[in-house]
Each structure stands twice: as C-alpha cells, then as structure tokens.
Design a protein around this ligand. Structure first.
Ligand SMILES: NC(=O)c1ccc[n+]([C@@H]2O[C@H](COP(=O)([O-])OP(=O)(O)OC[C@H]3O[C@@H](n4cnc5c(N)ncnc54)[C@H](OP(=O)(O)O)[C@@H]3O)[C@@H](O)[C@H]2O)c1
Length: 256
C-alpha cells in the first residue's frame, strides 16, 4: 500500500495558485496545503489573502501570499523571482485567476474584450512563461490551467469568455509540446458550473439555476473540492505521463 501513498505524495511541493482569494483558487490552496505542499496564494485582495493564509497556518500547514494583478508583468516577475530566491524552485503553477462579463456579442466593447482576454488568457501565458524558466532549471514542473466547459462548447452571452477559455486549452497543448523536453507537464481543468462569487448572482435566478441543472447530465452543480481533487491529481507523481490534456470536471456537460 505504501507505493500508492507515493503516487499521490505532494509533501513539500512549492505550489503557486493565482486567483486564490476566493472560490476555486482558495479551495485549491486549502487542498494543496492539507496535502503537505507549501502554497503561495496570489490575487489583488490583500486582506482576503491574509485571512486565507492565516486559516491555513492555523491548521499547521504552510502558506504565504502575494497581492497584485496577474496582468502586471512586473508583478509576475517579482512573485516568481522572490519564490525562486527563497525556495529555489517552483513545482506547480496553477493559473486559476479569471473573470467573466456575460454580455450579448453586440454589446461587447473593446474594453470588455481586452479585460477578459488579458486576465483569462494573456496572464496564463506570461505567468507560465515566467515560472517555466524556473522549472526548466530542475527539469521538473507542472502547470495546471483552469479553463472551463466554455473552452470546448459555446453558450449565449459568453463569447469573449468562450474565446479566452478555448485559447487556454490550445495554449495548454502548445506549451505541453514545447516544454516536454524540460519535463514540464502542462494540463488544464475544464470545470462545469460550481457556485462561487463568479456566478452567485446569476444562480439567484431560479430560471438560470434550472437551465444549468437541466443541461448537466448529473443534474447538480460541481463542488470546489471536486475541482481541487482534479488539480491534486494533475500535480501528483502518478500524473507524470499526462501532458497537453484538459480534464473536464463537469457532470457530463461536454460529453453531450
Ligand atoms: N465557478 C465556476 O462555475 C467556473 C466554471 C468554469 C471555470 N471557472 C474558472 O475557474 C477560475 C476561478 O473561478 P471562481 O469561480 O473561483 O471565481 P471567483 O470566485 O470570482 O474568483 C476569481 C479569482 O480570480 C482572481 N482574479 C481575477 N482577476 C485577477 C487579476 N487581474 N489579478 C489577480 N487575481 C485576479 C480573483 O481575485 P481578486 O479579485 O482578489 O484579485 C479571485 O481570487 C476562473 O478562471 C474561472 O473562469 C469557474
């Protein structure tokens, strides 16, 4: 049985998670910390990050945070450089920060387009590029990008979001191929609907909630733990031969 423990061992892994102030990112930070990793939480909300880190530390796990904008390349370089100096390595990067501004295509402004693509796609590339330089030095690393079911299918009022998340899936494949020679595995997770601040207001509308539940074969929303579980798996030793893939954790949505 001991060998199975090794398959999933994340003890002392250095793990960076963007968008870790709340929602899926916060849940993944808690899950990796509980699994023995040292987690670095990243988002713009310093107060919330401080609270999340304190909660993790109070449970005897290890965590720290960086407050800033993932669209600011200087901030990205600063985070990666500081972690490299202190920890000498980065084992896992989870590109999770994301935004959605549901709007009909005719109503989307240039600013709407730019802010969605910048946060959901451009920052994923530049955070990966920066962290992979450090991973390359040790010929080891995992990058996990949080895409969405909307990276694979379309929906009304989500055109920019779908474009960004489809881009994340393609980026995942391309970087996986380019960095395979450095033993850096690049994968993505495509969550179905999980209730978080991102969609909480939308789910107050019973019509929307029923529409989503009826479109989901398992007839329920996903949980934060179910997304975190997939991330733990993709970061673990047993997933070392998986690269360039998107794993959908979506109650069957994309199987239709
Ligand atoms: N919930 C779902 O149903 C669902 C489904 C599929 C995919 N996803 C994806 O999962 C990821 C997490 O979503 P969530 O549901 O957990 O959303 P959420 O609760 O709204 O959290 C989004 C996170 O992203 C961070 N963020 C946004 N813009 C940022 C920026 N410019 N710089 C730094 N951090 C930034 C936010 O932090 P601050 O505001 O503190 O900076 C927050 O921590 C997103 O990529 C989303 O597209 C979610």
């Amino acid at each position: 049985m001991e060998i199975y423990k090794q398959f999933f061992d994340l003890t002392d892994q250095i793990v960076l998670i963007t968008g870790a102030s709340k929602g899926l990112g916060k849940g993944m930070a808690e899950a990796f910390a509980a699994a023995g990793a040292k987690v670095f939480l990243i988002s713009r909300n310093e107060k919330q990050l401080q609270e999340n880190v304190s909660a993790i530390l109070s449970r005897g796990s290890r965590a720290s945070f960086f407050a800033g904008d993932v669209n600011n390349i200087d901030f990205v370089h600063q985070v990666v450089n500081e972690i490299r100096e202190k920890e000498t390595r980065i084992d896992v990067l989870i590109n999770n920060a994301g935004v959605v501004f549901p709007k009909k295509a005719f109503d989307i402004s240039v600013e709407d387009w730019d802010s969605t693509i910048e946060t959901n796609l451009k920052s994923v590339f530049f955070f990966s590029q920066t962290a992979a330089q450090v991973m390359k030095e040790r010929s080891a690393g995992r990058i996990i990008n949080i895409s969405s079911i909307m990276g694979a299918v379309g929906d009304i009022s989500l055109s920019t979001y779908c474009a960004s998340k489809g881009g994340v899936m393609q980026l995942t494949k391309a970087l996986a191929l380019e960095w395979a020679k450095y033993n850096i595995q690049v994968n993505a997770i495509g969550p179905g609907y999980v209730e978080t601040d991102m969609n909480h207001d939308a789910f107050k509308d019973e019509h929307f909630r029923n529409y989503i539940l009826n479109k989901t074969p398992l007839r329920r929303l996903g949980t934060i733990d179910e997304i975190a579980g997939a991330a733990l798996f993709l970061a673990s030793p047993v997933a070392a031969y998986i690269t360039g893939q998107t794993i959908f954790v979506d109650g069957g949505w994309t199987a239709q």
